[in-house]
Ligand binder design. Structure first.
Ligand code: ADP
Length: 743
């Protein structure tokens, strides 16, 4: 079976950030495979109108769009495409160019329309032949249309993929707005009701609430029961009484109550004003949520899926069943397109029929558990529901460098434990607090607002517990009657925790179970695909690299950007992929002189052909000798005068800033799971220690004592090859498919 050799790509329906990444990758993957690829402007309408709107693309045509929001190809709603005549014209426009493969990036409407088009294709060609508009040979050569769908939608409502292209960026926009509103709300002691998009799906409202620490949320999957107004007023007025200055309610557009009556943000405001006399304002975020530069995740997702879509189309017979290409964890998955569309629509029907349990279940376990977690977190004090077990006291500490999301984790640890009747003791400045007995009792309201806070409120340090410290640590644990420890941090945290479960520590009387939560921007600890903080760091990097690239519009310049990561190349590789770097130097590979010379030759050839900009990303520990300074000097000296070179070491901006939505959500969900499992284990008398992490989209635990065997000797990274290293060929292909252009 052979696939198509000429294909077209288009974006359709509502625009979403990351569509450009998908188009760029689809085009470059096609060109790399020797196929011809056409870009269709203005979505399905462009297919109908043809002419200038369908153009053969070069690699250069899709350069410089990776960081742009919206869709560079343009999109439109098309009434013409809904008609058979319109689709016949569309078929003509494609077949006359020899195109018989289509990548459609859009929502369920666009994918449905494209599938209808594909099914009608043979008949449409017959009609064109009968009308004398198409040569019979052309119809015979392209008698089937291959179709692959990618979901570009901010709603994240499609079956067949964990995430849709654009949802993560929309969450960023929501969190930026809610954080900003929280600060003005708190200045004036106001309540804000914020409406977010999501007519048929509460993903943005739910995850936005979890990430931003909203006080109440209304989503379509869980229409509020009669009396919801009382519950909401109790939660908000209770908060005021104990000194909360800002209250935020998030409402998904299209929420209805259990009788099908719409509840608008204005209805919520009226309730709050009438019942509580609160000064309440409504903010409808609207199209702000669609806009702006795509996040690192959406650039990665668009790139991976765009590449997979083209590759699939080129490898399969055009008559094969069309597929939706999506992501599960970090794996690209394909599923029958129309089954996904139909399953998605059936969820909407279940929601309309008020079958709440099914609607929630159909959204998946992480949606349901996030909703349950939110219910635990939003009350103003722990619900009086101790779980009947003896009250426990657990210590929580950080170690190593601060990572964005550490505070979000502590907030959830405190509240989930307190909701079950237990207490949390904060240990100040990491293991030092444990050694010096420097503690702080953490209460329900003392962690209020922590999910958005950068840094580590409890303090953190690089101090590792030494054998000489063990007696003092045992004393601190005994004095505070700690039943267990939760260590939230990176390499230092894992290493330190591992020492505390060793024989010497036990001999000194340290005998508590320990759980470790991965929180480091380096993403270098074992037992997890991703660590808390790395998504924020990645976004910090790409924002800065975008600016650095923009600074070179007029000159022929190559940048060598150094990013953090210690012995892990995660930040370098992923930021290189998300910013279109042509070379990425990783500590896993090292740097050789041969490699530098080859890269220099490629750069020189590119600039000689008219390339205006170059970008190389170097991980801080890629090589001890070939430093960023050295590489910059070498490239500049050997540039032959065709380009100049600037080095940029991004430094600690990467560790700072408010955590990204993903880091807040991942921190919250991991923390809730870890504390729940630790408490359950204590009840069972199980005192084992674990590392918690996310692997392939699920929360997993690994025995802590396995830490030494799971890491590479002499380096700070896991010994197993991480999932993201598989992206190296893709990063290279995206960069090398275009000898003559910029990023
Ligand atoms: P989205 O793709 O974001 O769901 P729409 O539902 O507006 O956006 O669909 C985009 C376009 O897809 C429509 O303007 C129309 O041209 C086409 N389309 C949608 N549904 C159909 C259909 N059932 N038959 C033919 N074309 C359709």
């Amino acid at each position: 079976m052979t696939g198509t050799r000429k294909l077209a790509v288009l974006t359709s329906g509502g625009d979403s950030a990351g569509m450009n990444a998908a188009v760029r990758a689809a085009v470059r993957a096609a060109l790399a495979a020797g196929a011809e690829v056409f870009g269709v402007r203005e979505g399905l309408q462009g297919l109908v109108d043809g002419g200038e709107l369908i153009q053969s693309l070069t690699s250069a045509d899709v350069s410089g769009i990776l960081q742009l929001g919206g869709t560079d190809l343009g999109t439109a709603r098309s009434d013409d495409f809904r008609t058979r005549d319109g689709r016949r014209r569309a078929a003509h426009n494609l077949v006359e160019r020899g195109v018989d493969g289509l990548v459609v990036i859009g929502g369920d409407g666009s994918l449905t329309g494209a599938d209808l088009f594909r099914r009608e294709w043979p008949a449409l060609l017959d009609e064109l032949v009968a009308a004398g508009e198409l040569a019979p040979e052309a119809a015979a050569d392209h008698h089937e249309l291959g179709l692959v769908g990618l979901v570009g939608s901010i709603d994240n409502d499609m079956v067949g993929t964990d995430m849709t292209i654009g949802a993560d960026t929309a969450l960023h926009r929501i969190i930026e707005a809610v954080d900003a509103i929280q600060s003005t709300a708190s200045s004036h002691q106001r309540t804000f009701v914020i409406e977010v998009m999501g007519r048929r799906c509460g993903y943005l409202a739910l995850m936005g609430s979890l990430a931003a620490g909203a006080n109440f949320v209304l989503i379509p999957e869980n229409p509020p029961a009669d009396g919801w107004e009382d519950t909401m007023c109790d939660v908000l007025s209770g908060g005021r009484k104990i000194g909360r200055r800002a209250s935020v309610v998030l409402v998904a557009e299209g929420v209805v109550d259990r009788h099908g009556n719409p509840i608008t943000a204005h209805d919520v405001r009226t309730v709050l004003e009438e019942r509580l006399g609160e000064d309440t304002r409504v903010t409808t975020l609207g199209h702000v949520q669609r806009g702006g530069s795509p996040t690192a995740f959406d650039r990665y997702l668009g790139t991976v899926l765009g590449h997979a879509a083209t590759t699939h189309l080129l490898a399969t017979d055009p008559g094969a069943e069309p597929q939706l290409v999506g992501i599960r964890g970090h794996r690209v998955v394909t599923s029958p397109l129309m089954e996904c569309v139909e399953a998605t629509r059936s969820i909407a029907d279940v929601i309309s029929s008020n079958d709440i349990d099914r609607a929630m279940a159909l959204r998946g376990s992480s949606f349901t558990s996030s909703f349950e977690l939110l219910r635990t977190l939003v009350p103003v004090r722990p619900r009086e529901e101790p779980d009947g077990t003896p009250p426990r006291r657990l210590g929580v500490l950080h170690a190593g460098a601060p990572a964005p999301g550490m505070n979000a984790a502590v907030r959830v640890i405190v509240r989930v434990a307190m909701a079950r009747g237990h207490r949390i003791v904060g240990l100040v400045d990491g293991f030092r607090g444990l050694i010096d007995d420097d503690t702080t009792e953490l209460g329900w309201m003392s962690v209020s607002g922590w999910s958005a806070r950068p840094g580590a409120e409890l303090g953190t340090s690089r101090r590792l517990p030494e054998p000489d410290d063990f007696d003092r640590i045992a004393d601190t644990i005994a004095r505070h009657r700690l039943d267990g420890l939760v260590v939230v941090g990176g390499w230092t945290a894992y290493q330190g925790a591992n020492r505390l479960i060793g024989d010497a520590a036990r001999a000194a009387g340290i005998d508590v179970p320990i759980v470790c939560l991965p929180a480091t921007i380096n993403n270098d600890v074992p037992g997890t695909d991703l660590s808390i903080g790395s998504d924020t760091a990645l976004n910090n990097i790409i924002v800065d690299v975008d600016k650095i690239k923009e600074s070179a519009v007029a000159s022929q310049r190559c940048f060598v950007v150094e990013v953090m990561g210690r012995d892990s190349g995660y930040l370098a590789l992923m930021s290189g992929l998300a910013t279109g770097a042509e070379r990425v130097y990783l500590p896993e590979d090292g740097i050789s002189l041969d490699r530098l010379q080859a890269d220099l030759a490629t750069l020189r050839a590119g600039f000689e052909l008219g390339k205006r900009r170059g970008l190389v990303v170097r991980s801080e520990h890629a090589d001890p000798l070939y430093t960023t300074e050295f590489i910059s000097a070498l490239f500049e000296h050997e540039s032959g005068g065709d380009f100049d070179v600037r080095g940029a070491i991004l430094g600690h901006v990467q560790q700072g800033g408010s955590p990204s939505p993903f880091d807040r959500i991942q921190a919250s969900r991991l923390a809730a799971d870890a504390i729940g499992r630790l408490l359950d284990a204590l009840d069972r008398g199980d005192r084992s220690s674990h590392m918690f992490g996310h692997v392939d989209g699920s929360i997993v635990t690994t025995p802590l004592e396995r830490f030494p065997e799971l890491v590479e000797a002499g380096a700070h990274r896991p010994s197993a090859t991480p999932w993201w290293m598989d992206l190296r060929p893709l990063a290279e292909q995206m960069a090398t498919a275009r000898p003559s252009e910029g990023c």
